[in-house]
Design a protein around this ligand. Sequence first.
Ligand code: 5AD
Ligand code: SF4
Length: 439
Amino acid sequence: MTQSRKLFIKTYGCQMNVYDSERMAEALGGNGYDEVGSPEEADMILLNTCHIRERAAEKIYSELGRYKELKQAKPDLKIGVAGCVAQAEGAEIMRRQPMVDLVVGPQSYHRLPEMEARAGGREKVIDTDFPEEDKFAHLAARPKAKRGPTAFLTVQEGCDKFCAFCVVPYTRGAEVSRPVERILTEARDLVDRGVRELTLLGQNVNAYHGQGPDGRDWTLARLIRRLAEIDGLARIRFTTSHPNDMSDDLIAAHGDCDKLMPYLHLPVQSGSDRILKRMNRSHTRDSYLRLIERIRNARPDILLSGDFIVGFPEETDNDFHDTLRLIEEVGYGQAYSFKYSTRPGTPAAERAQVEEAVKDARLQELQALITRQQRAAQDAMVGREVGVLVERPGRMPGQVTGKSDHLHAVHMTADLNPGALVRVRIESSGTNSLAGVLV
Ligand code: 5AD
Ligand code: SF4
């Protein structure tokens, strides 16, 4: 018998990290760890980190600083750093924070249980290799733990696009797709455990080209159609996509696959051709707009979401206005926007930087526009009938809350359990959510 110990995992960054953290918690379950909600109770603290912007990386060091007293009070406490900061900085983390016992990069998580067993005391353990094997195939799931109605499932990892601002190709490595059979097995298992909605994850998920049971490479669209055959699975989503990999069959799936939800995250980053070129995005403003038109032809009510970077090196006022005009032309239901942040080792880090005050002003202006669009898209749902997957009890007694097909949060008064899929007529639109009644 392994002794029972307590694990606290703190997750930063993207949904892929959320998925990885779940898998790491399950794998460490085999070493006798149960997850707890606070670092004070823990025998092991694991930070699953993000390196995408400077501030994300700096947060890790200040968080580690906070654990100093805990470690002094409990010398057996193990502290581990996983994720993209671990990959990018490796042993440097232990130089800056000697109390860290273990550093593990995203491609080595299947080695974590063995690493955990070795780490502690004077023993420091690091693994930031890019091994050949499929780490997820080696990460054991704890059998039959009940799950909530929604789950992430990583199908693809890494990126070969090398946008000039982005660390992902360096921290997550080259594009790798998991084989179809493994994904189907995992999906069926999740559905058996109560999952009704799957979000397929990948840094470049629509570039998916995993090996199918027929020995051929399958596209994401083909994988989605196969997953849609699983009884009990009601909804499928995927994120994040690159415009250049939005193939005809994937666009068609949005039109004719009922389980594929009408929401698409399709980052464009900038609306200026000059900047897109400098970003090495390999698409233009116009090709993106034409793509959006084709997607909307296939699925007219699709809600679009995007990512935008303001203040990329050499971005002028004109470039920025091109981005605002593109946003106006597309009309997003939701979007994420960021000030450009220099990342060591990426091509754009060497170029003439835009002043911080200019970045601030641009971000504010862009976010104000996005907020208006978001609000308008949400308000436009009032009076419509939508599908809602109930996720949890609401804030008010007698209420439940869930997500609509278009990914809006919806509250209603109803006696329903998580996992119920219902039709709801939307009656009002609040700041960040809709309210409706059962049909
Ligand atoms: N600075 C600011 N934003 C960035 N992103 C990626 N790298 C950077 C960077 N260096 C944004 C992009 C991407 C999202 C995940 O993060 O918009 O789509
Ligand atoms: Fe980064 Fe570009 Fe790859 Fe997205 S497509 S992960 S922004 S390099």
